[in-house]
Design a protein around this ligand. Structure first.
Ligand SMILES: N[C@@H](CCC(=O)N[C@@H](CS)C(=O)NCC(=O)O)C(=O)O
Length: 230
């Protein structure tokens, strides 16, 4: 395994090295879990390794050797590298013994929400927010299509959270961390959770109250955007 290139200030002996960047809500899902569990346990569990996505790093052969899927996040631990935030959250819940499902029924429920998140909630929200915030001249028709898909997914979660503190009920699980990837970029998405999706708003407030909670731009390296190469 090649030596990880850690960002400035990273702890080289951290248990987990997280490849990612501040604008990546998919990276944030994992960072937020590691940070809040670390604060709860009084120990820093992870160090970031900055991925220069906006200068094309995920397309380089070197990065494809790290993750054949060419994506962030990647979690490095015990000499292995794992991609896909849902798989990473599942492994972390098992290894850290926290935020995982308590029985088979909960395991199925967690999986159901991780799949919904990856297929619809985070994926549409991320794509829409990317075009709206970072693309030079987004096609208005594409933006409108994606906005509708987002609103459908946001409505599903909002209805589900009515009368529930967290996705599985009263207990915080990895399903919450997964769905929380992009929700704190509300200004960049152009959504007013409190007015339009009050149950999502209340849930984001609960997450914000977790000891160790930080906004993705504070928790991960790369904000503000690095200069474009060339
Ligand atoms: N389903 C994946 C999505 C990961 C993903 O789309 N990552 C973005 C950054 S947020 C990425 O690295 N994209 C690289 C590319 O598309 O070239 C996960 O949950 O980890």
């Amino acid at each position: 395994m090649t030596e990880p290139k850690t960002a400035a200030g990273a702890t080289p002996d951290a248990d987990y090295v997280l490849y990612g960047f501040a604008q990546s809500g998919n990276t944030y899902k994992v960072a937020l879990l590691l940070e809040t569990v670390g604060v709860q346990r009084g120990r820093k569990l992870w160090a970031p390794r900055f991925v220069d996505y906006f200068n094309g790093e995920t397309h380089t052969p070197e990065y494809r050797a790290i993750n054949e899927m060419g994506e962030a996040p990647v979690l490095e631990f015990d000499g292995r590298r794992l991609s896909q935030s849902g798989a990473i959250l599942d492994v972390l819940a098992q290894r850290l013994g926290i935020h995982g499902p308590a029985d088979d029924a909960e395991r199925t429920e967690v999986l159901r929400w991780l799949l919904f998140d990856n297929h619809k909630f985070s994926s549409y929200t991320a794509t829409y927010r990317f075009l709206r915030t970072f693309a030079k001249a987004p096609d208005p028709a594409v933006l409108q299509f994606l906005r509708q898909r987002c609103e459908g997914a946001w409505s599903v979660l909002d209805a589900h959270l009515s009368g529930r503190a967290y996705v599985l009920g009263e207990r915080l699980t990895i399903a919450d961390f997964s769905l929380a990837g992009y929700v704190f970029f509300d200004d960049e998405i152009g959504v007013h959770w409190r007015k339009e999706y009050p149950h999502i708003h209340a849930w984001t407030e609960r997450l914000r109250a977790l000891p160790g909670w930080q906004h993705p731009y504070a928790l991960l390296p790369g904000h503000p955007l690095p200069k474009r190469a060339g």
